[in-house]
Ligand binder design. Structure first.
Ligand SMILES: [Zn+2]
Length: 375
């Protein structure tokens, strides 16, 4: 990736399979019973915004792939508008921003860009907006450093760490061969160069934005240090991917931290959000429509993961298995070659949680990981 990359270099097409474009949508089934959508199916069109509450408006940035869009939340700031999340580094997204600048944001300067977390659909254009508008990027340190770690991995070949994980999960030779020829470093292609300096935000910080205060509430599991923003007075939570209404957020083990327990962190984050944020807020998610029913949604997500963990532990107690054999127990759709990588990450996250809880043990047989019950 050239450091001099500029506006003209934003590509029109990704040349990348859909599954690698974002890491937000999970393969796990989810219920959305009990939620209400105050705006129904309405969504802002090109160049438009919808007012959600005092201090916050909604813009929608179209994206290729199954998600189809990301929501950008525009917060009233002292002297303009703070942008939360941006879309990927493709012209379909940068064109949407130009339409906003000419439309709803005309006469409203951008004051800062806030990235909820490192995934390309969230910060893909953060560096571009920051550079063009001369404003700072605000992120948590965990997200910024991890983004830098991944962008900095410019290897042309698939690294050994990825092959070790694939083999461990039980991929056959054909799948591993496909992985080796599939390329590496797609993240960097989807993210405009990030600024060298940023403004760190952390859990509990209160961001002063003119008449409004937004408290940073950090969650983990989908990404390392995901920032949600909560306006207590207005009763609004910008939830990023930490809480989504219609899809289950991807919770995966990645090669950056192969021994991590992201599902444990995810479940702890659900408990924390239940504890900290009231259930009657308007939730403004990164994908889907703004909704009410935060606690209903969080409890459904928790219960669904718990049920899958229970089913997985029961099955493993009867018969040892590898990650690839756990897919039918975890996912409600068949896993083909294009989904294999993400499904493996999610399966490993569930198996790791069972290991940490002392319900299964992992045995390494010639580089292949077999999970069996604990007597
Ligand atoms: Zn995400």
């Amino acid at each position: 990736m050239a450091s001099g990359r500029d506006e003209d270099d934003i590509p029109a097409a990704s040349g990348s399979p859909d599954a690698s474009l974002t890491q937000d949508d999970s393969f796990t089934a989810t219920s959305r019973a009990g939620l209400t959508y105050p705006w129904g199916d309405a969504a802002p069109g090109a160049g438009e915004t919808i007012r959600i509450a005092d201090g916050i408006s909604w813009a929608r940035i179209p994206m290729p792939g199954s998600l189809g869009h990301i929501n950008s939340w525009l917060l009233d700031d002292e002297d303009g508008i703070a942008v939360v999340d941006t879309g990927v580094c493709l012209t379909i997204c940068s064109d949407a921003w130009k339409a906003l600048y000419a439309g709803a944001l005309a006469d409203k300067p951008i004051t800062r860009v806030i990235g909820t977390h490192l995934h390309p659909d969230h910060i893909g254009l953060a560096g571009w907006i920051a550079k063009k508008k001369g404003v700072p990027l605000w992120m948590t340190r965990g997200e910024m450093l991890t983004a830098r770690m991944i962008v900095g991995d410019t290897s042309d070949t698939v690294p050994d760490e990825a092959i070790v994980q694939s083999r461990g999960a039980g991929w056959d030779d054909e799948a591993i061969e496909r992985q080796k020829t599939g390329g590496w470093g797609r993240f960097g292609m989807m993210v405009f160069p990030l600024p060298r300096s940023y403004v760190r935000i952390k859990d509990g910080d209160v961001l002063d934005m003119g008449a409004h205060k937004w408290r940073v509430v950090v969650g983990s599991g989908h990404s390392p240090e995901h920032a949600c923003l909560w306006n207590e007075r207005e009763g609004v939570l910008v939830s990023g991917d930490q809480v989504l209404p219609r899809i289950s957020s991807n919770v995966s083990i990645n090669i950056t931290e192969p021994d991590a327990d992201p599902l444990g962190e995810w479940l702890s984050s659900i408990d924390k959000l239940l504890d900290v944020v009231p259930g009657d807020v308007i939730v403004c998610p990164a994908h889907g429509e703004p909704f009410k029913g935060l606690h209903v949604r969080l409890m459904a997500l928790r219960d669904e993961h718990r049920m899958r963990l229970y089913n997985l532990a029961e099955a493993i107690a009867k018969e040892p298995m590898r990650a690839v054999e756990s897919f039918p127990l975890l996912f409600n759709r068949p896993i083909g070659p294009d989904q294999l990588g993400m499904a493996t990450g999610e399966a490993l996250a569930h198996l790791k949680r069972l290991e940490v809880e002392g319900r299964v043990e992992r045995e390494d047989r010639d580089g292949v990981w077999w999970y069996h019950g604990v007597a």
